[in-house]
Design a protein around this ligand. Sequence first.
Ligand code: UDP
Ligand code: MN
Length: 331
Amino acid sequence: MTMATMKLPLKMYILILLGVSVMLYQYSLSSVIAFNGAPLDGADVLYRGTQNESMGHEAIKSGARRLDVAMALPVTTTAESKLPMLYIITPTYTRPEQVAELTRLSHTLMLVPNLRWIVVEDATHKSPKVEAILAKSGLPYTHLIAPMPEEFKKKKKGPKPRGVSNRNKGLEWIRQNAKDGVLYFADDDNTYDLDIFEEMRHTRRVSMFPVGLITKLGVSSPVVRNGTFAGFYDGWIAGRKFPVDMAGFAVSVVFLHRRPNATMPYKPGYEEDGFLKSLRPFEPKEIELLADKCTKILVWHTQTKKNEPSQPVDTSKYNNTNILTLKTILV
Ligand code: UDP
Ligand code: MN
């Protein structure tokens, strides 16, 4: 072998080695991007952390936890930061199940990029337990209070307008603080497939999608025939123009700004219908049909069994024990 022929395979060796390492590096990046269909990365964690109105070290810690999950690889966030912002309005109130419900919902929302969680308590004071969950999530959040007006609260008979004062308060915050993006009413006790957030993110006016576990029919959804809107499927039509569930629609913030009078009425059973009608001019045929033309159920109207408030603890028997600490967590 001459010197010239020796040199060639060596060069080729180096080239192949280089090529393989570039390929391996790209593969490791793409596996992060593929995580849940949306890029997750360190810069995003930082973004979430710095966006918080109040951020304790708990938030930083949970941010770090997300970073671990995403394998801490440096990926650009450009694509993610260009996504339309989601404003998730969650009404909530103090009860034995509240901390459990909000913990679960926070863990869902922590997996969604470009989102602000607007949590509105039906209460006269902000609950430190709710605040702690929000801070720990590492999400950008807004914590508000909006008690149900006394006239409805003291009502003895019939259903109450649950979560209405809260949702209107959230709408008011969006009107004052958001320019664009999409808003969605996410009750604290429902179950959300992550895909629903990516579906609704590009809503131009009002989008709708099926909601599972509603009435005897099992699902509430727009009816789609030959690819177009053909009515509503819901177990309780009750003369409603929009017989849909609270979890079944999302609204563009730009669209909301163009309807300055849109609000949710204190009318049990007619909250969705009243709100959607207040978005006039807007007709059912204009609805954007999501979830593959309403063929998938990506949100479920789950209801948690009601629990009795816990009984007082025997303080003489459990003095100087963990039980007293545990009791402070319970309602
Ligand atoms: N809610 C509230 N105040 C109340 C009752 C309910 O803020 O007095 C909230 C609750 O946390 C939930 C939403 O309003 O996010 C809807 O209430 P609920 O789940 O009880 O209604 P349902 O799903 O049974 O219609
Ligand atoms: Mn509910």
